[in-house]
Design a binder for this molecule. Structure first.
Ligand code: ARG
Length: 564
C-alpha cells in the first residue's frame, strides 16, 4: 500500500489524460508540517493545459477528487493538501507488514542478475585499517541492499597479495624472522620485519637488490619463494578472518591481485592489438588526455605490471565470469583517479560495459579532526577498537540490566553493532570523527539506541502474554503518535529504493533512527498494554516496529538482540 499512489490515482481520474499517474505521483510533495496534511499537490504545471490560474484549478479539483483513503482535502492557494484517513491507511499498512514480514520492502529491480562488489581488500602482511573497515561494512550493507532489490551480489575481497614488498618480506624473514613468532602474531611480526627491513636498508642499500631478486624468484615461481609467500598470505588471512568473523561478514571470493598473474598478458596483448599502448621512457602507457586524465601506466620499463593492469584483468574476468549488470568498487575517495583511469582505458578498448562499473568512494575516519592512522606512533588495530567497544557495551549492560541471561553474546552484538552503525549512519562521503564513548551509547543517534528500542518492543510483546497477532486483521489506529510510525512503515519500500539508487546505506540507518524515535514517542504517550478495545491494534503496531527495525539493522549488518 502506497498512499501517495492512491492520491495520484484519485487525482488522475479528475485531471484526465494530460498527466499520467506516474507524472502526478512525481509532482506530489511531502508537506513540511503535519498541519498541512500528509500529501500535497501543487497545481502550477496544470495552468498551461487548462488555461486557468493554479488557484482556480486547485479549487475545482478540491471539490471533485475523492478516495476512500482520503479523509479531507484542504485547498490552500494553488495547493491541494490531502489528509489521509488514519484508520483505513493504518489497517492497510499494518496488514502489508504483518503478512509480508521481513520481506516487506523487497523489490524486483535486479531480476536476479549478478553484481560483483569489490570490498574490504586489505593488504597482506599489514594490519587491516579503519579505511578497510569502512570498505568492509559499506560493501556488506550494499550487498544486503542489492539483494533486497533483487540482485545477486558477489562479495569479492580483492586482497593486496602481490608486489615487490614480498621480496622485502622474504629477505627480512630469512635474516631476522622465525616461524613461531609469525604463527603467534602473524601481522604484527610481518609488520615488524617490514619496518626493520626499511630501517636496515637505509644503511645497507644492497638489501634492496636482494629483495628485487627474491621478488623476481617469486614471479618465476621459485619453490621456496612461493611457499614463503603462500605462508605469509595464509597467516595474514587467518587474522583478517578473525575480524570478519567478529563482524559476521563473509565473502564469495578471495581472488586478490595475485589471482591475475596469468591474466595480464592478455590485457597487454589486447591493448597492443588495439594500438592503445605507447612507449614512454621504456614504460608502456595508455594516453588518456582526451579524458583529462594522466596516462595509465601499464608496464614499467623492467616489464613489471602495475595495480591498474591487475584491475583491468580483474574487470574483464568479472565481466566474463558474472556477466554483471553492475560492478561496484567500495574503495576510499583517494583512489578516485585510479577508477576513472580504469574505466577510461576499458572504454578505449571498446568495452561499453565499463559504464556499468561504479566506484563507491567514502570519506576518512578521523580522531579529533585528524586522519586516524597512528596512535602514539602505532597503527590503530581494528581488533582492539572492536574489543574496546565490546567492553563498553558490557559495562552498560552490567549497569542497566545485570540479570540479562546471555550477557556476553549481547555485549558482542551491541559493541560491534555500535561501531558498524556509526560507520553507516552518515553519508558515506563525509569524514567523521571516531570517539568510542560516543559510538557505544544507548541514547542519541546510535546503533545501541536502535537495538535497545527494538528490544523494548520485544519486551512489550512478551509482557502482552496471550496476545497473538492476526496478520489479516484490520488493525485501525487514529492517534497522531501512531500515525508517525504508520507513515514511516508505508514509506519503507521507497526508502529501500532510494538507498539502492544512491548506493547509500545511511538512508537505511536514518530510517531506523526515525522509526526508533517515533516509536519511543508513541510509547511515552500511549498506554499500550491497557486492556481496552484498542489494545490489539496497539500491539500489532509494536510488532510491525519490531519487524522493520530488525530488518533495517539486518540490512546494515547489525544484530538485533531480543533482550538487552
Ligand atoms: N588493496 C587496496 C588498498 O588497500 C585496495 C584494493 C581495492 N580494489 C581494487 N580492485 N583496486 O588500497
Amino acid at each position: 500500500m502506497n498512499y501517495k499512489l492512491i492520491v495520484a490515482e484519485a487525482l488522475q481520474e479528475q485531471i484526465g489524460d494530460t498527466l499520467s499517474v506516474e507524472a502526478i505521483f512525481n509532482l506530489l510533495e511531502k508537506p513540511k508540517s503535519a498541519e498541512h496534511g500528509d500529501v500535497a499537490f501543487p497545481t502550477f504545471s496544470l495552468a498551461k493545459v487548462f488555461r486557468k490560474a493554479p488557484q482556480q484549478i486547485a479549487a475545482d479539483l478540491g471539490v471533485k477528487v475523492t478516495s476512500p483513503m482520503v479523509a479531507k482535502i484542504d485547498v490552500v492557494g494553488p495547493y491541494l493538501n490531502f489528509f489521509l484517513d488514519k484508520s483505513i491507511v493504518s489497517a492497510a499498512v499494518l496488514k502489508d507488514v504483518l503478512t509480508q514480514g521481513e520481506q516487506y520492502g523487497d523489490l524486483a529491480i535486479g531480476a536476479g542478475s549478478q553484481v560483483p562488489i569489490d570490498m574490504s581488500s586489505p593488504n597482506i602482511a599489514k594490519p587491516i585499517s579503519m579505511g578497510h573497515l569502512r570498505s568492509t561494512v559499506i560493501g556488506n550493507a550494499l550487498a544486503n541492499i542489492y539483494a533486497k532489490v533483487g540482485y545477486k551480489p558477489i562479495k569479492i575481497n580483492h586482497l593486496g597479495d602481490w608486489g615487490t614488498q614480498f621480496g622485502k618480506l622474504i629477505v627480512a624473514y630469512k635474516l631476522w624472522g622465525n616461524a613461531e613468532a609469525i604463527d603467534a602474531e602473524p601481522i604484527a611480526e610481518l609488520l615488524r620485519l617490514y619496518v626493520k627491513f626499511h630501517a636496515v636498508a637505509e644503511e645497507q642499500p644492497e638489501l634492496n637488490d636482494d629483495a628485487r631478486e627474491w621478488f623476481k624468484k617469486l614471479e618465476d615461481a621459485d619453490e621456496e619463494a612461493v611457499s614463503l609467500w603462500k605462508w605469509f598470505r595464509e597467516e595474514s588471512l587467518k587474522e583478517f578472518n578473525h575480524i570478519y568473523d567478529m563482524l559476521d561478514i563473509t565473502f564469495d571470493s578471495f581472488n586478490g591481485e595475485a589471482f591475475y598473474n596469468d591474466k595480464m598478458q592478455e590485457i597487454v596483448d589486447l591493448l597492443e592489438e588495439k594500438h592503445l599502448l605507447t612507449v614512454d621512457n621504456g614504460a608502456s602507457i595508455v594516453d588518456l588526455e582526451k579524458y583529462n586524465l594522466n596516462p595509465a601506466l601499464i608496464k614499467k620499463s623492467d616489464g613489471a605490471t602495475l595495480y591498474i593492469t591487475r584491475d583491468l584483468a580483474a574487470a574483464l574476468y568479472r565481466k566474463r565470469t558474472y556477466d554483471f549488470a553492475q560492478s561496484l568498487y567500495v574503495v576510499g575517495n583517494e583512489q578516485s583517479n585510479h577508477f576513472k583511469q580504469l574505466k577510461a582505458v576499458l572504454n578505449e578498448m571498446g568495452y561499453a560495459w565499463s559504464e556499468d562499473m561504479h566506484h563507491i568512494p567514502f570519506g576518512l575516519i578521523t580522531q579529533g579532526g585528524k586522519k586516524l592512522s597512528t596512535r602514539q606512533g602505532k597503527i590503530v588495530l581494528l581488533e582492539e577498537v572492536l574489543n574496546e567497544a565490546i567492553d563498553l557495551a558490557h559495562q552498560q549492560i552490567e549497569a542497566k540490566n545485570p540479570d540479562l541471561p546471555n550477557k556476553n553474546e549481547v555485549a558482542d552484538q551491541v559493541g560491534i553493532g555500535a561501531v558498524v552503525f556509526h560507520d553507516l549512519k552518515n553519508d558515506r562521503l563525509n569524514n567523521f570523527d571516531f570517539v568510542i564513548e560516543e559510538v557505544v551509547r544507548f541514547e542519541g543517534e546510535t546503533g545501541p539506541y536502535v537495538q535497545y528500542t527494538r528490544a523494548r518492543a520485544m519486551s512489550i510483546l512478551r509482557k502482552a502474554g496471550d496476545f497473538k497477532v492476526e496478520p489479516a486483521a484490520d488493525y485501525m489506529l487514529n492517534d497522531a503518535y501512531s500515525w508517525e510510525i504508520v507513515k514511516l512503515l508505508q514509506e519503507y519500500p521507497e526508502t529501500i529504493q532510494r538507498a539502492y539508487e544512491k548506493r547509500e546505506p545511511s538512508v537505511i540507518a536514518k530510517h531506523a533512527l526515525h522509526l526508533a524515535q517515533a516509536f519511543n514517542r508513541y510509547y511515552a504517550n500511549s498506554k499500550v498494554l491497557v486492556e481496552d478495545a484498542g489494545r490489539p491494534a496497539r500491539l500489532a503496531l509494536v510488532q510491525t516496529v519490531a519487524i522493520i527495525l530488525k530488518e533495517d539493522l539486518r540490512l546494515l549488518g547489525v544484530k538485533a538482540p531480543d533482550q538487552m
